[in-house]
Design a protein around this ligand. Sequence first.
Ligand SMILES: Nc1nc2c(c(=O)[nH]1)N[C@H]1C(S)=C(S)[C@@H](COP(=O)(O)OP(=O)(O)OC[C@H]3O[C@@H](n4cnc5c(=O)[nH]c(N)nc54)[C@H](O)[C@@H]3O)O[C@H]1N2
Ligand SMILES: Nc1nc2c(c(=O)[nH]1)N[C@H]1C(S)=C(S)[C@@H](COP(=O)(O)OP(=O)(O)OC[C@H]3O[C@@H](n4cnc5c(=O)[nH]c(N)nc54)[C@H](O)[C@@H]3O)O[C@H]1N2
Ligand code: SF4
Ligand SMILES: [Mo]
Length: 694
Amino acid sequence: MKKIQSLCNYCAIDCNLDFYVDEEKNRIVSVKPTPGYPVNDGFCCIKGISLDKQQTVVKKPHTPRVKMEDGSYQYPGWDYTFDLIAKKFREIQEKYGNEALAGISTGQLTMEEFAINGHILRDHLKTNVDGNTRLCMASAVVAHKQSYGFDAPGYTLKDLELSDTIILIGANPVVAHPIVWDRIKKNKNKKLIVIDPRRSETAKNADYHYPIKTKTDSTLFYGLANYFIEQDWIDHDFIEAHTNKFAEYKEFVKDFPLEKVSEVTNLSMEQLHELIDLIHNGERVSMWWTMGINQSHNAVRAAQSIINLQLLLGNYGKPGTGANSITGQCNAMGSRLFSNQASLYGHDFAAPAARAKVANIFKCDEEVLAKGPTKPYNAIIEGINNGTIKALWILCTNPRHSWTNNETFQQAMDKLEFYVVQDIYDDIESMGECDVFLPAVPGIKKEGTYINLERRLSRLVPVLKKDPDEKDDYEIMYGIAKALGLQDIIDNWKTQEDCFNLMRACSKGRPFDFTGVSYKGLEFSHGVQWPLPEGTKLEEDERRLYADGKFWTPDQKAIFQFEPVPENPMPQTEEFPFIFNTGRGTVGQWHTQSRTREVQFVEGVSSNHPYCFIHTSVAEKLGLQHEDWVTIYSCNGQNADFAIRVTDDVQPDEIWAPIHYQECNKLTPSVYDPYSKEPSYKSAVVRLEVKGAK
Ligand SMILES: Nc1nc2c(c(=O)[nH]1)N[C@H]1C(S)=C(S)[C@@H](COP(=O)(O)OP(=O)(O)OC[C@H]3O[C@@H](n4cnc5c(=O)[nH]c(N)nc54)[C@H](O)[C@@H]3O)O[C@H]1N2
Ligand SMILES: Nc1nc2c(c(=O)[nH]1)N[C@H]1C(S)=C(S)[C@@H](COP(=O)(O)OP(=O)(O)OC[C@H]3O[C@@H](n4cnc5c(=O)[nH]c(N)nc54)[C@H](O)[C@@H]3O)O[C@H]1N2
Ligand code: SF4
Ligand SMILES: [Mo]
């Protein structure tokens, strides 16, 4: 039996796991979390331990399914399909213009897969490809860039163990990040504070829970800033040496006295003072946020209001501190750097030196490189629906389920002239009547690198061998590049390791410089957090940024970013009195459930129909009980049926629905943060009507 250390490619923790494999039968016999790995040290969750359930996945044949000219579906082989895709992409671009083709990618592929996909679509084919990271991390990315000058989350997971005051804002790690939760639990000397409208699983296990009114977080943090400034409880030395625009911020937050904050946030004056004392008396205060902040009409500014408070308090670069954004998908951090969507492989698209450097590394003409960021996800879907985009290639994402206001994705699917789906399953909701289905092998048969939430690069090592007719995502993309005749890719991007080396060269001299890391060296290792420039010795397994107080802006100072709080575009009204809050339901369920439905244990305990939680008082008023059915009507004009669960854990005017059922996003709106264009998934307003037993 062979032991192979690889990683779990679900959530952003990137746990390392030891797979015990019967090589003769090419079967995984057991999976154990890797002892001593600095992230998850011998512990993991049900999703990772169940990765052996993905041994078969796409049923035979393992070759592409193509809709032929006569309308029949056939399996004409990989080479035929690659040629067909190349021909169709070229034809559509020639007929309607380059941007008539678009791609939607993901935060769940390897760094090498993002890189080659971006180089094909954004550089060579001169068009747009956005990722589902837009639905997830875009707000944190923009907040970091504007405040720090670069998208560089500074913490390491050990900070959870070193902090004496941990504040979780719109984050539910008991369900969504079990390792974050495990590490919080290991910290015996802390106070745990949760700010969440809902009494989430994490809030129930916290020392303090502040049930804030949905989407009023920026008002809360502006008010806290004002109070700390008034009391002169701030770190003048840090502010002076390491920040810009303090005087303006001080003026701005004067508009947020605690009485007003209390009114807006629904938190009492006693609660606000208690929270203030907790922060003031903490020695090592850390703040962590996730989707409760990122998914909003005012997300970037809300994230920055947290950053601003930590800047005021000088809580940067020291053990157990920081304004820390928790990432969602296994390689969202890799996608942010290397997908070529928001930056030129980690550089400014417009910087001449950067363009010359990247072109030189890729051995391509500078003109080939994309000139600016991609069009965002919503513009791609709108482009299809208004007839300007005619062809779409989606990979490793399931937007018919996960996209906000998801009926608009169905409309888009119906309009496309050419639609390619690349997935490990041939029955996801987004398949529709796609023209080409490209079956990729799952992570346990792939190789490449991932970057976790604390900037740690680690290796995905093939655990099982592929069948001769199976291909992984990288090979599929390389095959398409070859059919398109993209010579620099054909010559220089042959393997994942080639691509890794190109990206490593791109990283030189940048904040994420990992020229000191090698592809082979990452195998069976502890992983390495960026940066690690060539020639530096790795002294510590768990490192944080900003110890020197230097950021990535031209004068190396962080910037207070703020703005008057915008009106809520979806106010509660008589017609729509409830707030529709959405998120992760259980530890075992992953997003659209294409993968976790295979885990019998999870399937066995999960509801097979959509459900939502409503407050006891509402249920009583309507005479409803557990598992009765309601119809929910949303401000987006759609409605859907849900079974109800009755609880006191939601606010009386809140409905909470897990995202694992397609009906959930039938009701979410086409409303976005103005800077990040991330959807406001958690605050549609709705009404409910009794449906009766089903
Ligand atoms: N089991 C499981 N784990 C996962 C995933 C999964 O699908 N299943 N997905 C992964 C991914 S990609 C991501 S992005 C993460 C997401 O991880 P989380 O963000 O922790 O999970 P969510 O449930 O989306 O939302 C967190 C909380 O935000 C709260 N919230 C809503 N609105 C507000 C608000 O206005 N203010 C505040 N303060 N809080 C608010 C919600 O009530 C919810 O409890 O999880 C990752 N982990
Ligand atoms: N209402 C609401 N909606 C939300 C959210 C919310 O909080 N509320 N959260 C949003 C967030 S944060 C996220 S990240 C998105 C997630 O949304 P999606 O990315 O659409 O969800 P997944 O189910 O993770 O889809 C991944 C797909 O990739 C396939 N896949 C898995 N591994 C591989 C592989 O190696 N190769 C290929 N080619 N395919 C593979 C799976 O079978 C699956 O179909 O949902 C968003 N939607
Ligand atoms: S889903 Fe996340 S916490 Fe669970 S095993 Fe995988 S990486 Fe670890
Ligand atoms: Mo996410």
